[in-house]
Design a protein around this ligand. Structure first.
Ligand SMILES: [Zn+2]
Length: 233
């Protein structure tokens, strides 16, 4: 019987490709999605459902968790509408205001709890460290530390391997990897700002558009606006 992996699936491009990679490695998928009051929550949830349908994941292996704690705490442009979302800017230094304070610890802890109940042996996350917005809780050093924490805090027979197969890839390599594995990128949603068409302005849209441009492939999702330097040639 195939081993089971819990995949954290936001519905964005990175998590979509991560699910494809877990599948390609022979795992059965259990998909977890987090609602934490982010602006595009409804659209992301739709992307989660569409990708889960694409991989024919059964209902008992889909979990949507509401993180009211993160919503209540706020402190991020993603969860607090009074904080403006910044325009994408690859040159900006420091941790951007779209960082949701320690979100990935909540997410990983929830993946671990569910994995232990399901008897899963692996956790897959779409963290990207190199070509990213620079969130401290997306770094490999944090992931490895949390992996150790998880294995110390669960039953002795629970053995969880944490996988972040994209962590050292550039966005263009992620696009190519997704294409190669037949990942349903047309169903994924990355925009932080809008739900009908991707805005084309936010950090996440910039990173995604640049990834497709550098990979030489068209991005299959609709955009309200594509900055001139990021338009397909
Ligand atoms: Zn956007």
């Amino acid at each position: 019987m195939a081993e089971l992996a819990v995949v954290s699936l936001s519905g964005g491009m990175d998590s979509c490709v991560t699910a494809a990679m877990a599948k390609a490695e022979g795992y059965e998928l259990a998909l977890l999605h987090a609602d934490y009051g982010q602006r595009t929550q409804a659209r992301e949830k739709q992307a989660f459902r569409d990708i889960a349908d694409f991989y024919e994941v059964r209902a008992s292996r889909r979990l949507i968790i509401g993180f009211d704690t993160l919503k209540a705490i706020g402190g991020s442009a993603l969860t607090d509408s009074s904080i403006a979302l910044p325009e994408g800017d690859p040159e900006r230094a420091g941790v951007p205001v779209s960082y949701v304070p320690f979100r990935n610890a909540h997410l990983l802890a929830t993946c671990v709890s569910w994995a232990e109940v399901l008897g899963a042996t692996a956790i897959f996350v779409g963290f990207v460290e190199e070509d990213s917005s620079g969130y401290p809780d997306c770094r490999e050093v944090f992931l490895r530390s949390f992996e150790q924490t998880a294995n110390l805090g669960t039953r002795p027979e629970t053995k969880l391997a944490f996988h972040a197969p994209l962590i050292h890839l550039r966005k263009s390599e992620i696009v190519k990897k997704g294409q190669e594995l037949g990942a349903p990128l047309h169903l994924s949603w990355s925009c932080y700002q809008s739900e009908a068409e991707a805005c084309g302005h936010c950090d996440s849209c910039h990173l995604r558009l640049r990834g497709f441009l550098e990979a030489g492939l068209p991005d299959p999702i609709p955009y309200a606006h594509i900055p001139p330097g990021l338009a397909p040639r």
